[in-house]
Ligand binder design. Structure first.
Ligand SMILES: Nc1ncnc2c1ncn2[C@@H]1O[C@H](COP(=O)(O)OP(=O)(O)OP(=O)(O)O)[C@@H](O)[C@H]1O
Length: 854
């Protein structure tokens, strides 16, 4: 597995924010809590503590924008977790497109986003400089179109990704946009662009099927060449297809479906059902091996009519359409022909009346001789030097022969359709330039991998090499444009895997052809030969426990191939009996599917010498494709499937990571990392790192000079100054950030100290003021109280005094009164006594004897 190599994270200290590997979410962020030599303890954001090796953690950019960046190269830290986090953030905001330089990453939204693709959007992207608007497929198509117009050079857009990632949808958008740019105003008849767009439903009906991974999966690769005249108008088009999955015609596993056309035909109007003697799909062996017959949200009857209409548009005549569906019906009937053991040893006969009926229907529909058809299925012609003999086939052999015929018929039918579409759209021999759009299967690695996966992965290796070369070239161009030295960028190449597969002689494809030509070869002898030949090859591994499997270490990971069907699947010959039978068909359409071979080799026993192999043919096709691509300016779109549930808003990190690896996105980043992955414009650099040399900022220098001065002061090794940007080697950004963090930390400490002092002083002053205030209030209150008391005391004294005076006065008055009364009494008594005395005396004097009155 390829892992993006980055500069070892330097300057990781306790408290640093980092990314660490996590089995569940690929990468998890956390903070370093302990460093023990090479080992680092991290407190992760989900509350766990993990220990990781210092070389396996990456710094996290705390200053990354909350909404992510629209181009990965704008990330300060270009590494796996940064890329993943950026994509996840954007996907959450329904931003499904992101650039990595000039590569567009498209994450399948699994929901219709019509506002992204309407006429207004097309208008906006028309002629807009690349990068000015948000990333979009239209932007890529626009760049390709402008480059073609301005430089007169052909361009190609390579769309790749795993099944269900959105390649076909993306391709359709690209074509729509190109038709918008280069289309003509409606003239009489169908325009080229309309025909190209309408060819999609036809190809999808015959080349697409429901699979576990995608309800409308293209089972073939496709390269659409759109030709333009000197005015930039679409003048012709051609469609090339690659490697249709033939085995699906006879073998479908639950819950997948066979090719859509079979179900469409079974849902055709009643008169056609009657004409072809069709019935419910459940009654056909080629369809009932799986329990899935219908697709949610798809009406097969409606689709049948739509396909017919699309066929009209691409120029398939009514008669041809009838013939096409006749062949489709014939294949269904053929699949229901069963065989039983015959009387003779190793012979077979038709199993029952049902089988006879279906055989008859097949013959009728294919317009060939019934007996000849039966013979072609049950017997083989053997040519020996002495004589020509007919050998019977046992029921298993007859079934293989039947399925072989069905597959050949179907693949020829598909090829015919593609040819027809090409003829009716028409090529422009005077075309000045073209834009090719490649929609091809991505890297595949399943539990069992057979010849198909081998070819698919071979294709991907080829495309990967092309991609690497392109990315490398782009890097070089960027460096040249900025006038910096790029001599030490390392080029990553996968030529060794390609040699292993395609080298002639001695590669796996060549050895497979050899094995196919040698009658006694089996998959075991083929595997042994591989083990022997590639014993020391570092990309070839022999599994310990198997005698026939082999592993290839592809750029995207190791894939274990099961070789048991390699020989059969590689053989590309039509059984001569089938060839003869169908080329003699009374239906010109069917006969046309099986043109007589150039050389009369069919009846010869030396078939081997004329053997044609699928592998070699495919290799040749790929070679031609690569030649075409090499003559064009490529643009890449990597489609990513965010989850296997095919649901919107679910982003599975591990899954996406694996696809980014397989799609070469991380490889591109790796190439980038080998050079100067971090690029900052002078302004951005000054903005971020100016504080490391504030005197430079005050010096009033121009931006470039200021940057240079800062770098000189910092004595940073591994940087170059371009014309508009600063280029930094991997890890240098982290180093600068660490120094910046240190400076900021120190500054923060000073600021914190000052602020703390200020706050403490403010607090103290407030406290003092408050204390004084409280004290005065209290003192005032105390004084008041004291005064009150004094007042009370004085009052009390006064009252006491008054009371006492009053009492004294009262007592005195009473006493005085008593004294007065006594005095008065006494005086009265005295006076009376006096009076009486005087009176007596007087009397005595007058009356001397009356003195005795007391
Ligand atoms: N841009 C998009 N907008 C909305 N839905 C999309 C978009 N791209 C893909 N899809 C959805 O994802 C499904 C699968 O996409 P598509 O058929 O293009 O995948 P593919 O990569 O071509 O798969 P295969 O290799 O199996 O053919 C589509 O049927 C559609 O529902």
């Amino acid at each position: 597995m390829c892992v993006v190599e980055m500069g070892t994270p330097v300057n990781i200290i306790i408290g640093s924010h980092v990314w660490a590997e996590d089995p569940a979410v690929a990468w998890i962020d956390g903070q370093v809590s302990k460093i023990n030599g090479e080992e680092v303890e991290i407190q992760t954001s989900d509350g766990k503590k993990v220990v990781a090796s210092l070389s396996k953690i990456y710094p996290k950019d705390l200053e990354a924008p909350a909404g992510g960046v629209d181009d990965m190269t704008k990330l300060s830290y270009l590494h796996e977790p940064g890329v993943l986090q950026n994509l996840a953030t954007r996907y959450k905001l329904n931003e499904i497109y992101t650039y990595t330089g000039s590569i567009l990453i498209a994450i399948n939204p699994f929901q219709r986003l019509p506002h992204l693709y309407d006429g207004h959007m097309m208008e906006q992207y028309k002629g807009a400089p690349f990068g000015e608007l948000s990333p979009h497929v239209f932007a890529i198509a626009d760049v390709a179109y402008r480059a073609m117009i301005n430089e007169g050079k052909s361009n190609s857009i390579l769309v790749s990704g795993e099944s269900g990632a959105g390649k076909t949808e993306t391709t359709k958008m690209l074509m729509r946009y190109l038709a918008y740019l280069g289309g003509r105003k409606a003239t009489e008849g169908r325009t080229v662009e309309q025909q190209v767009l309408e060819s999609n439903p036809v190809l999808e009906a015959f080349g697409n099927a429901k699979t576990v991974r995608n309800n409308n999966s293209s089972r073939f690769g496709k390269f659409v060449e759109i030709q333009f005249d000197k005015h930039g108008r679409i003048s012709g088009a051609a469609i090339r297809t690659y490697l249709l999955e033939r085995s699906r015609v006879c073998q479908v596993s639950d819950p997948e479906r066979n090719y859509h056309c079979f179900y469409l035909l079974c849902a055709a109007p009643p008169e056609e059902i009657e004409k072809y003697k069709l019935a419910n799909p459940k009654s056909f062996h080629y369809l009932n091996q799986s329990n899935c017959y219908e697709l949610v949200g798809v009406n097969d009857a409606h689709e049948y009519l739509a396909t017919r209409r699309a066929m009209d548009i691409v120029g398939v005549s009514e008669k041809e359409q009838d013939a096409i569906f006749r062949v489709v019906a014939a294949i269904l009937h053929l699949g229901n022909v069963e065989f039983a053991k015959g009387k003779e040893i190793d012979s077979s006969v038709l199993k029952d009346d049902q089988s006879k009926f279906h055989l008859q229907m097949t013959a009728e529909l294919l317009m060939c001789d019934l007996l000849a058809l039966e013979d072609a299925l049950l017997k083989r012609v053997m040519v020996t030097p002495e004589e020509v003999i007919k050998r019977s086939l046992d029921p298993v052999g007859a079934t293989v022969s039947r399925d072989g015929l069905a597959k050949t018929l179907y693949s020829r039918l598909f090829d015919w359709l593609v040819d027809k579409i090409n003829v009716s759209i028409g090529q422009d021999p005077n075309s000045k330039s073209l834009i090719g759009v490649l929609d091809i299967y991505g890297f595949e690695s399943f539990k069992t991998n057979s010849f198909e996966q081998f070819c698919i992965n071979f294709t991907n290796e080829k495309l990967q090499q092309h991609f690497n070369q392109h990315v490398f070239k782009m890097e070089q161009e960027e460096y040249t444009k900025e006038e910096i030295d790029w001599s030490y960028i390392e080029f990553v190449d996968n030529q060794d895997v390609l040699d292993l597969i395609e080298k002639k002689p001695g590669g796996i494809v060549a050895l497979l052809d050899e094995a196919c030509m040698f009658p006694k070869s089996t998959h075991e002898t083929f595997s042994q030969k591989l083990y022997q030949t590639f014993k020391a090859h570092k990309r070839f591994i022999k599994p310990k426990l198997s005698r026939t499997d082999f592993t290839i270490a592809h750029y995207a990971g190791e894939v274990l191939y099961q070789s048991d069907q390699f020989l059969d699947k590689n053989k590309d010959y039509v059984v001569p009996e089938h060839q003869d039978l169908l080329s003699a068909s009374k239906c010109t359409f069917v006969a046309g599917l099986f043109p007589p071979l150039q050389e009369e080799t069919t009846k010869s026993s030396s078939k081997s010498s004329k053997f044609s192999s699928i592998g070699s043919r495919f290799k040749l096709q790929l070679q031609q494709l690569m030649e075409t691509l090499n003559s064009t300016e490529p643009h890449y779109i990597r489609c990513v499937k965010p989850n296997n549930l095919l649901k919107p808003a679910v982003f599975e990190n591990v899954n996406v990571m694996q696809q980014l690896r397989c799609g070469g996105v991380l490889e591109a980043i790796r190439i980038s990392c080998a050079g100067y992955p971090t690029r900052k414009t002078f302004f951005e650099f000054l903005n971020r790192f100016g504080l490391l040399a504030p005197e430079v900022l005050e010096g009033n220098y121009d931006e470039k000079v200021a940057c240079k001065k800062i770098l000189e002061k910092l004595e940073l090794i591994g940087s170059q100054i371009g014309k508009t940007k600063i280029f930094l080697r991997a890890g240098k950004m982290a180093e600068l950030d660490a120094r910046r963090a240190l400076k900021l930390n120190n500054a923060a400490k000073v600021i914190q100290g000052q602020i703390r002092t200020h706050i403490a002083r403010k607090h103290f002053l407030a406290l003092r003021k408050a204390t004084i205030c409280i004290q005065s209030i209290w003192r005032g209150r105390l004084a008041c109280k004291l005064y009150e008391n004094m007042k009370r005391e004085a009052a009390a004294l006064k009252i006491q005094t008054n009371l006492r005076r009053h009492v004294a006065r009262m007592t005195y008055n009473k006493l005085k009164f008593s004294v007065l009364v006594l005095q008065t009494g006494l005086r009265a008594m005295t006076a009376r006594n006096e009076f009486r005395y005087r009176k007596r005396t007087t009397a005595v004097n007058y009356y001397p004897g009356s003195l005795a009155w007391s």
